[in-house]
Design a protein around this ligand. Structure first.
Ligand code: FBP
Length: 553
């Protein structure tokens, strides 16, 4: 593979490890754990892996010689910067356990395990991918591992390759499946450990024990750089309003972090829209009000950040989607047989009156997206809904009305952007390069400790990497029961933006200033080489969360 000068220099970067992982370690058990909610149900569903203790690693002064192990690894779901470093950390970790250990990568996501598609990851391959973005080393996919037949089929190849541990690198849904697989293999005495790793640019796989998912840091820095560039352009020409949709299928962490980094004129936070029971019109009026006020001050330009998942958080639309999910799950065959042109009417005829009215009122494109196929985990594919265009059109119409009423004088010219795929495969920032390498290396320590059903956890992330605290968290600890595909299922609780938490509070205390005074920040590109205050800083979300946590305790 030919490389740029930056890639060559970057390939030599040695990720920093928490100091404790630089020598032999032993696992130290903490207290037994409970799931975050619905304890009785989760306990019944996970009789073999519920209630396990949290683990921490400490230096082992007298380590025993260890046998080689064969490990499998899977990349699952959307790409996130740093996945290759998780794999290289895992590789280095199992080689340190015993240099005869082997790592096998299952190709194109969980489907590779079921279909027996794999490669052995040798040091030549691993070295090509150190510190690079993307998941192309083995590819990723969204096949949902949930059926006994899939687990049994997977076990055949694990046995054939003598693999005794499987590492699943994924988001909340993939780690939920890792927990189910761990429980199943344990229940049948398969002798295969299953370990998860917290991945997703969306930043919504986090809680008291997982401080952040990897990829969020790099992706938000990439988006913030580009938002900053747009803001400088718009502050130069002073003639456009930029409507920028940002990935993050459910939670608004990406939009919030980018707002903190760039200080746009408007940023909508879906969780607030839901908490305040706002309608689409309320959101439109809020934006139009700011556009009009800025126009009154002579500023016919600005930036609006919109989280990808907004539409699903508007309470009325949320109720509609919940009924649609059940309707489409129950009547799947009948609906598939309906002519495409008649599907809209079919849905209107089968929904309750309130939801039918809302569905009928939505622009055709949005309504159609809401009724299209869900992803394998049952999620509406919100990245395909053009919320940025929907909102700017509605704001334009509202401004026209306001102009007629004498409440707006100005010029509204809108441009649209969607930043998502641009950031998911960026070369990892130093933070993500270090964090991912530590997560992978730490996974090898969990394997060596003989545990299953754990997620790799590295904490104290606002400190320098050498001071990070590695350990393991039972996945069942993060679970609750939720409605999926029309039935209650055990799933990892998604972390949405908390309105009482420091990052949102910080944003809320500043947003009025940012709306009317043009106070943009232009963060510039990610820097890999240079002083730590430029190159090694975590996200503002993480910093404020830790600050808020300290203030509360
Ligand atoms: P994960 O939760 O699997 O990490 O993926 C999140 C995400 O990047 C969302 O932000 C986005 O809505 C979705 O993936 C897009 O999915 P796809 O890659 O299948 O188009």
């Amino acid at each position: 593979m030919e490389k740029s000068a930056l890639q060559k220099a970057r390939a030599t970067y040695q990720p920093k490890l928490p100091i404790v992982l630089t020598g032999a370690v032993k696992a130290v058990e903490g207290q037994p754990t409970n799931s975050v909610a619905d304890q009785e149900e989760i306990k019944k569903l996970f009789p073999n892996t519920y209630g396990l203790p949290e683990l921490k690693f400490e230096k082992d002064p007298a380590p025993a010689a260890r046998k080689p192990i064969n490990v499998g690894v899977i990349l699952s779901g959307g790409q996130a910067p740093g996945g290759h470093n998780v794999i290289s950390g895992l590789f280095d970790g199992i080689k340190k356990i015993n240099k005869e250990s082997r790592l096998y990568g299952f190709l194109m996501g969980p489907g590779g395990l079921v279909d027996h598609n794999y490669i052995e990851l040798t040091s030549n391959i691993i070295n090509e991918y150190r510190n690079t973005g993307g998941f192309d080393i083995i590819g990723s996919g969204r096949t949902k591992l949930e059926k006994k037949e899939q687990f049994d089929k997977g076990l055949e190849i694990l046995r054939e390759l003598n693999i005794s541990a499987l590492v699943i690198i994924g988001g909340d849904d993939s780690n939920t499946n890792a927990a189910i697989l761990a429980e199943y293999y344990k229940s049948i005495g398969a002798g295969v450990q299953v370990i998860g790793c917290p991945k997703t640019i969306d930043g919504d796989l986090k809680n008291d024990v997982i401080e952040t998912s990897f990829g969020f840091d790099t992706a938000t820095k990439v988006y913030s750089e580009v938002i900053g560039n747009i803001q400088r352009d718009c502050n130069s020409a002073k003639k456009y309003w930029h409507f920028i949709k940002l990935m993050g299928r459910s939670a608004s962490h990406i939009a919030l972090e980018c707002a903190l980094q760039t200080q746009p004129n408007v940023c909508i936070i879906s969780e607030e829209v839901e908490a305040k029971n706002m309608s689409l019109d309320d959101v439109v009026n809020y934006i139009a009000g700011i556009v009009a006020e800025r126009a009154a001050r002579g500023n016919n330009f600005g930036t609006v950040l919109i989280p990808e998942g907004l539409i699903e958080f508007i309470p009325a639309v949320k109720k509609l989607i919940a009924e649609l999910n059940d309707l489409l799950a129950k009547n799947a065959a009948e609906f598939a047989a309906v002519d495409a042109a008649d599907q809209r009417q079919y849905i209107i005829d089968h929904l309750s009156a309130d939801n039918a009215a809302i569905y009928a009122s939505l622009p055709l494109g949005v309504a159609r997206q809401l009724s299209l196929d869900r992803d394998p985990h049952g999620n509406v594919q919100v990245s395909l809904i053009e919320t940025e265009k929907l909102l700017s059109e509605m704001v334009g119409k509202r401004l026209a009305q306001m102009a007629e009423e004498g409440k707006y004088v100005g010029k509204f010219s809108a441009l649209h952007h969607f930043f998502g795929y641009e950031g998911r495969c960026a070369d990892p920032s130093n933070f993500d390069a270090d964090y991912c390498y530590a997560l992978g290396f730490n996974a090898s320590c969990l394997i060596n400790a003989g545990v299953t059903g754990y997620i790799s956890s590295v904490r104290k992330l606002t400190k320098p990497a050498v001071q990070w605290i590695p350990g393991g968290i039972p996945i069942t600890m993060m679970m609750n029961m939720e409605r999926r595909h029309g039935a209650m299922k055990p799933v990892i609780q998604k972390a949405l933006v908390r309105l009482d938490d420091a990052p949102f509070q910080k944003f809320a205390s500043k947003r009025n200033d940012w709306a009317y005074n043009t106070d943009y920040i232009y963060p510039g590109p990610i820097q890999y080489f240079g002083p730590a205050e430029v190159c090694d800083q975590p996200t503002l979300t993480l910093k404020y969360e830790h600050q808020g946590y300290k203030d509360r305790h």
